[in-house]
Design a protein around this ligand. Structure first.
Ligand code: AMP
Ligand code: MG
Length: 424
């Protein structure tokens, strides 16, 4: 069901990194090396193609525009009939409106009334704006100074017949859908959706709809993960909560890997729990456990379970989202066939809060980006940055990305922000 996965056996041994302090960029780089995108394709109507990834170039069957046409309301003329310094008067022999072209050919001394988008009649080579003429009684008088070919849009100027309008690997946006329709193409070839199975691990977890016992918490990770996956256009397979029990976990991993291209779990990768998950996954595939030099989201497991790609995210709700945004997003976009996958853009703005930051790891603090009355943007932190405080993610609209060597920051310092909306 899945395509053959590239051999991941080298993940753990090929690199000279320290798995106890894996830099964010290094982890991204290692993950990127082992991603094998979906290959199966589907043909669908362009109407349903928003957010899907093209599996073949969309080649234009037409010249766009299809005909030479006018960029202005005015008169189509033959440039040879005009004088560079003096007025000339031409006979207006007809009109060319968008959708109703002039049937004849312009002869010497003739002009045609033309509107924006109107087809330029054979013989005409220049459009004179209506503001630059005097017209009346079937005549038009035009002064000097007009350039040959002015105000005219050439056939094939935007796109030549046979040229690719959109390339394979493109994730289709509304403008792309419109562009495809403008070429008269009803169907496109796209990759099938990436199938992602996910489950939460933990004896303390309870599904919503069930009363909480002492020491129990509601499983929120499956909901944030589902949301992020849906934004990425994945087909989701929610496998529920799995207890911290080797047999149950093994069954869940087997089922998930058989049903999906990618398996994502949360919890069970922190110190203590990781050891037994590690043993189990050693049997089913090849997985490395990293401690990423980042906050939040230190522990992360990555590799292969059977034929599926695997991401073992931490349990803390904020860490789940931070690791998903920083590692899983790009990987899933690439696995969906998208090419290229651009990193989420960042930009620099002043931070109005003082920030606590220890050097030695990348931090992704939750920020609120706002614009003041004068139109200037600035960011502030959401407050407490504990990795269990999901409210901080909900309040935030950006990450404040603080690089490894950075220490504490005074209010007013420029910081790098990564906007969450649009990221997924
Ligand atoms: P773990 O990584 O399994 O040790 O979990 C770390 C913390 O995250 C613990 O406080 C867990 O209770 C919490 N946690 C784990 N899984 C979930 C989940 N699915 N939803 C909400 N909190 C979770
Ligand atoms: Mg746990």
């Amino acid at each position: 069901m899945n395509q053959p996965l590239q051999d991941t056996r080298q993940i753990s041994c090929a690199d000279d990194y320290d798995p106890n302090s894996m830099p964010v960029d290094k982890a991204r780089e290692v993950i990127a090396r082992f991603l094998s995108p979906v290959t199966a394709v589907e043909r669908i109507h362009v109407r349903g193609a928003l957010g899907r990834v093209l599996a073949a170039d969309v080649v234009s069957p037409l010249d766009v525009p299809a005909h030479d046409n006018s960029a202005m309301d005015g008169y189509a003329v033959r440039h040879v009939d005009l004088k560079s310094e003096a007025d000339v008067t031409l006979s207006v022999v007809g009109s060319s409106f968008a959708g109703a072209p002039y049937a004849g050919t312009l002869n010497a001394g003739e002009a045609a009334r033309i509107m924006t988008g109107g087809v330029v009649p054979p013989g005409a080579d220049t459009i004179v704006m209506q503001e630059h003429v005097r017209a009346g009684d079937g005549k038009v008088t035009i002064g000097g100074g007009h350039r040959k070919g002015q105000n005219l849009r050439r056939a094939g100027e935007d796109l030549k017949a046979g040229a690719p309008a959109l390339k394979k690997g493109r994730r289709l946006r509304p403008a792309d859908i419109g562009l495809i329709a403008s070429l008269g193409i009803p169907e496109v070839t796209i990759y099938r959706r990436l199938r992602v199975a996910f489950f939460s691990t933990g004896d303390e977890l309870v599904s919503i709809g069930t009363p909480l016992g002492v020491g129990e918490i509601y499983d929120s990770n499956r909901y944030t993960i589902r949301g992020m996956l849906e934004r990425l256009g994945c087909e989701v397979l929610d496998m529920g909560i799995v207890r911290d029990d080797p047999k149950l976990l093994e069954d869940a991993f087997e089922q998930a890997a058989a049903a999906a291209d990618v398996v994502i779990t949360s919890g069970g990768v922190s110190v203590g729990e990781a050891d037994f998950v590690k043993d189990l996954l050693g049997k089913l595939g090849e997985v490395v456990f990293w401690k990423i030099a980042m906050k939040p989201g230190r522990p992360l497991a990555y590799g292969r379970v059977k034929d599926a790609h695997f991401f073992g995210l931490p349990g803390n709700p904020v860490s789940v989202m931070a690791t998903f945004y920083q590692f899983v997003r790009d990987a899933l976009l690439k696995l969906s066939g998208q090419e290229p996958v651009e990193p989420v853009p960042t930009f620099r703005v002043p931070c109005t809060s003082a920030l606590k930051k220890a050097p030695g790891r990348t931090e992704f603090q939750r920020g609120i980006l706002t614009r003041d009355a004068g139109g200037e943007w600035s960011v502030r932190v959401t407050g407490e940055q504990g990795s269990g405080i999901l409210r901080s993610m909900s309040e935030a609209n950006c990450f404040i990305v603080l690089p490894t060597d950075q220490g504490n920051l005074e209010p007013g310092t420029l910081v790098e922000v990564q906007v969450m909306e649009g990221m997924i």
